[in-house]
Design a protein around this ligand. Structure first.
Ligand SMILES: N[C@@H](CCC(=O)N[C@@H](CS)C(=O)NCC(=O)O)C(=O)O
Length: 200
Protein backbone atom coordinates (compact mmCIF):
# COMPACT_ATOMS: atom_id res chain seq x y z
CA UNK A 1 0.00 0.00 0.00
CA UNK A 2 1.35 3.50 -0.82
CA UNK A 3 2.53 5.60 2.08
CA UNK A 4 2.11 9.34 2.68
CA UNK A 5 4.54 10.97 5.08
CA UNK A 6 2.97 14.10 6.53
CA UNK A 7 2.28 16.16 9.60
CA UNK A 8 -1.36 16.76 10.53
CA UNK A 9 -1.26 20.58 10.40
CA UNK A 10 0.91 20.90 7.29
CA UNK A 11 -0.98 22.78 4.58
CA UNK A 12 1.31 21.40 1.86
CA UNK A 13 0.45 17.89 3.06
CA UNK A 14 -3.23 18.85 3.22
CA UNK A 15 -3.22 19.44 -0.56
CA UNK A 16 -2.22 15.81 -1.06
CA UNK A 17 -4.62 14.44 1.55
CA UNK A 18 -7.44 16.34 -0.16
CA UNK A 19 -6.70 14.90 -3.59
CA UNK A 20 -6.33 11.39 -2.18
CA UNK A 21 -9.72 11.79 -0.57
CA UNK A 22 -11.33 13.11 -3.78
CA UNK A 23 -9.79 10.21 -5.71
CA UNK A 24 -10.68 7.73 -2.95
CA UNK A 25 -7.17 6.33 -2.92
CA UNK A 26 -6.23 4.28 0.14
CA UNK A 27 -2.83 4.89 1.66
CA UNK A 28 -0.87 4.16 4.78
CA UNK A 29 -0.47 7.34 6.86
CA UNK A 30 3.08 7.93 8.08
CA UNK A 31 2.46 10.80 10.47
CA UNK A 32 5.68 12.54 11.48
CA UNK A 33 6.25 14.54 14.63
CA UNK A 34 8.72 17.32 13.78
CA UNK A 35 9.61 17.70 17.47
CA UNK A 36 11.42 14.33 17.31
CA UNK A 37 13.62 15.60 14.45
CA UNK A 38 12.99 12.38 12.49
CA UNK A 39 12.44 14.42 9.29
CA UNK A 40 16.14 15.46 9.44
CA UNK A 41 17.45 11.98 10.33
CA UNK A 42 19.75 10.12 7.94
CA UNK A 43 17.04 7.52 7.35
CA UNK A 44 14.47 10.10 6.24
CA UNK A 45 16.95 12.28 4.30
CA UNK A 46 17.81 9.23 2.29
CA UNK A 47 14.28 9.17 0.89
CA UNK A 48 13.75 12.95 0.93
CA UNK A 49 17.00 14.95 0.96
CA UNK A 50 14.97 18.12 1.61
CA UNK A 51 13.82 16.76 4.96
CA UNK A 52 10.25 17.89 4.34
CA UNK A 53 6.70 16.63 4.11
CA UNK A 54 4.65 15.67 2.18
CA UNK A 55 6.37 12.66 0.67
CA UNK A 56 4.66 9.92 -1.37
CA UNK A 57 6.22 6.46 -1.44
CA UNK A 58 4.73 3.59 -3.42
CA UNK A 59 7.20 0.74 -3.82
CA UNK A 60 10.01 2.12 -5.97
CA UNK A 61 8.08 5.34 -6.60
CA UNK A 62 9.18 8.24 -4.38
CA UNK A 63 7.74 11.71 -5.03
CA UNK A 64 8.38 14.80 -2.92
CA UNK A 65 6.80 18.27 -3.12
CA UNK A 66 3.05 18.76 -2.86
CA UNK A 67 2.65 20.11 -6.41
CA UNK A 68 4.62 17.22 -7.89
CA UNK A 69 2.61 14.70 -5.87
CA UNK A 70 -0.67 16.25 -7.10
CA UNK A 71 0.52 15.90 -10.70
CA UNK A 72 1.61 12.31 -10.10
CA UNK A 73 -1.62 11.28 -8.40
CA UNK A 74 -3.86 13.00 -10.96
CA UNK A 75 -2.11 11.22 -13.82
CA UNK A 76 -1.50 7.91 -12.10
CA UNK A 77 -5.01 7.40 -10.77
CA UNK A 78 -6.49 9.01 -13.90
CA UNK A 79 -9.83 10.12 -12.51
CA UNK A 80 -11.34 12.19 -15.31
CA UNK A 81 -12.65 14.81 -12.89
CA UNK A 82 -9.17 15.73 -11.64
CA UNK A 83 -7.06 14.57 -14.56
CA UNK A 84 -4.38 16.85 -15.89
CA UNK A 85 -5.26 17.89 -19.43
CA UNK A 86 -2.99 16.89 -22.29
CA UNK A 87 -3.79 19.95 -24.39
CA UNK A 88 -0.72 22.22 -24.22
CA UNK A 89 -2.54 25.41 -23.30
CA UNK A 90 -4.89 23.76 -20.79
CA UNK A 91 -1.94 22.06 -19.14
CA UNK A 92 -0.06 25.37 -18.95
CA UNK A 93 -3.07 27.01 -17.32
CA UNK A 94 -3.03 24.39 -14.56
CA UNK A 95 0.73 24.56 -14.08
CA UNK A 96 0.66 28.34 -13.71
CA UNK A 97 -1.49 27.88 -10.57
CA UNK A 98 0.78 25.15 -9.24
CA UNK A 99 3.53 27.76 -9.50
CA UNK A 100 1.40 30.32 -7.69
CA UNK A 101 0.85 27.76 -4.91
CA UNK A 102 4.59 27.12 -4.64
CA UNK A 103 5.59 30.78 -4.84
CA UNK A 104 3.13 33.61 -4.18
CA UNK A 105 0.92 31.58 -1.82
CA UNK A 106 3.88 30.04 0.02
CA UNK A 107 5.50 33.46 0.49
CA UNK A 108 2.24 35.09 1.55
CA UNK A 109 -0.59 33.05 3.10
CA UNK A 110 1.70 30.20 4.21
CA UNK A 111 4.09 32.62 5.90
CA UNK A 112 1.48 34.67 7.76
CA UNK A 113 0.04 31.43 9.16
CA UNK A 114 3.55 30.23 10.05
CA UNK A 115 4.31 33.50 11.82
CA UNK A 116 1.34 33.25 14.17
CA UNK A 117 1.66 29.49 14.69
CA UNK A 118 5.28 29.54 15.79
CA UNK A 119 6.61 32.34 17.98
CA UNK A 120 9.23 33.74 18.07
CA UNK A 121 9.47 33.90 14.28
CA UNK A 122 12.02 35.31 11.85
CA UNK A 123 9.29 35.93 9.26
CA UNK A 124 8.81 39.60 8.27
CA UNK A 125 5.09 39.67 9.03
CA UNK A 126 4.41 43.05 7.41
CA UNK A 127 5.99 41.99 4.13
CA UNK A 128 4.26 38.58 4.25
CA UNK A 129 0.90 40.24 4.96
CA UNK A 130 1.41 42.58 1.99
CA UNK A 131 2.23 39.64 -0.27
CA UNK A 132 -0.86 37.84 1.04
CA UNK A 133 -3.17 40.69 0.11
CA UNK A 134 -1.50 41.04 -3.28
CA UNK A 135 -2.15 37.41 -4.26
CA UNK A 136 -5.65 37.39 -2.71
CA UNK A 137 -6.57 40.39 -4.88
CA UNK A 138 -5.26 38.66 -8.01
CA UNK A 139 -7.18 35.46 -7.25
CA UNK A 140 -10.30 37.41 -6.29
CA UNK A 141 -10.26 39.31 -9.61
CA UNK A 142 -9.64 36.05 -11.49
CA UNK A 143 -12.57 34.33 -9.77
CA UNK A 144 -14.97 37.22 -10.44
CA UNK A 145 -15.91 35.63 -13.76
CA UNK A 146 -15.45 31.93 -13.02
CA UNK A 147 -16.31 29.26 -10.47
CA UNK A 148 -12.98 27.39 -10.55
CA UNK A 149 -9.43 28.51 -11.24
CA UNK A 150 -9.27 26.94 -14.70
CA UNK A 151 -11.16 24.78 -17.20
CA UNK A 152 -14.55 25.49 -15.60
CA UNK A 153 -14.21 22.52 -13.30
CA UNK A 154 -12.28 21.69 -10.13
CA UNK A 155 -8.75 20.57 -10.95
CA UNK A 156 -5.48 20.15 -9.10
CA UNK A 157 -5.00 23.92 -9.58
CA UNK A 158 -7.80 24.46 -7.04
CA UNK A 159 -6.46 21.72 -4.75
CA UNK A 160 -2.97 23.27 -4.75
CA UNK A 161 -4.22 26.77 -3.91
CA UNK A 162 -7.04 25.91 -1.49
CA UNK A 163 -5.27 24.92 1.78
CA UNK A 164 -3.32 28.06 2.67
CA UNK A 165 -5.99 30.39 1.30
CA UNK A 166 -8.72 28.72 3.33
CA UNK A 167 -6.45 28.87 6.42
CA UNK A 168 -5.40 32.50 5.93
CA UNK A 169 -7.45 33.62 8.96
CA UNK A 170 -4.90 31.71 11.09
CA UNK A 171 -2.44 34.31 9.80
CA UNK A 172 -4.78 37.06 10.98
CA UNK A 173 -5.77 38.01 7.42
CA UNK A 174 -9.49 38.24 6.67
CA UNK A 175 -11.13 37.22 3.40
CA UNK A 176 -13.76 39.91 3.98
CA UNK A 177 -12.55 42.06 1.09
CA UNK A 178 -12.31 39.07 -1.25
CA UNK A 179 -15.89 37.85 -1.80
CA UNK A 180 -15.07 35.76 -4.88
CA UNK A 181 -12.32 33.96 -2.98
CA UNK A 182 -14.71 33.38 -0.09
CA UNK A 183 -17.34 31.93 -2.44
CA UNK A 184 -14.70 29.67 -4.06
CA UNK A 185 -13.60 28.40 -0.62
CA UNK A 186 -17.21 27.56 0.25
CA UNK A 187 -17.76 25.92 -3.16
CA UNK A 188 -14.61 23.82 -2.68
CA UNK A 189 -15.85 22.63 0.73
CA UNK A 190 -18.97 21.24 -0.95
CA UNK A 191 -17.00 18.91 -3.23
CA UNK A 192 -17.68 15.21 -2.81
CA UNK A 193 -14.83 13.78 -0.73
CA UNK A 194 -13.82 17.07 0.85
CA UNK A 195 -12.06 16.69 4.21
CA UNK A 196 -11.15 19.42 6.70
CA UNK A 197 -7.50 19.91 7.70
CA UNK A 198 -8.14 18.23 11.03
CA UNK A 199 -10.94 15.70 11.35
CA UNK A 200 -13.44 16.34 14.10
N1 LIG B 1 7.69 22.84 -1.73
C1 LIG B 1 7.34 21.90 -0.71
C2 LIG B 1 7.35 22.57 0.65
C3 LIG B 1 7.10 21.57 1.76
C4 LIG B 1 7.29 22.17 3.14
O1 LIG B 1 7.79 23.29 3.31
N2 LIG B 1 6.85 21.39 4.13
C5 LIG B 1 7.01 21.80 5.50
C6 LIG B 1 5.78 21.42 6.30
S1 LIG B 1 4.35 22.29 5.74
C7 LIG B 1 8.21 21.07 6.07
O2 LIG B 1 8.38 19.90 5.82
N3 LIG B 1 9.01 21.76 6.87
C8 LIG B 1 10.16 21.19 7.51
C9 LIG B 1 11.43 21.75 6.96
O3 LIG B 1 11.43 22.41 5.92
O4 LIG B 1 12.45 21.55 7.61
C10 LIG B 1 5.95 21.31 -1.00
O5 LIG B 1 5.15 21.99 -1.66
O6 LIG B 1 5.68 20.17 -0.60
Amino acid sequence: MPKLYYTPLSGHSYKVRLLLSFLRVSFEPAVLDFSTGYHKSAAYLQINPLGQVPLWVDGEVVVRDSQAILVYLAQHYADPAWLLPTDALELAKIVQWLSVAANEITHGPTQVRGYWRKQPSTIDIDAATKRTHAILKIINDHLATRQWLELERPTIADVACFPYISLVHEGKVSLEDYPHVQAWVERFKQLDGYIPLVSA
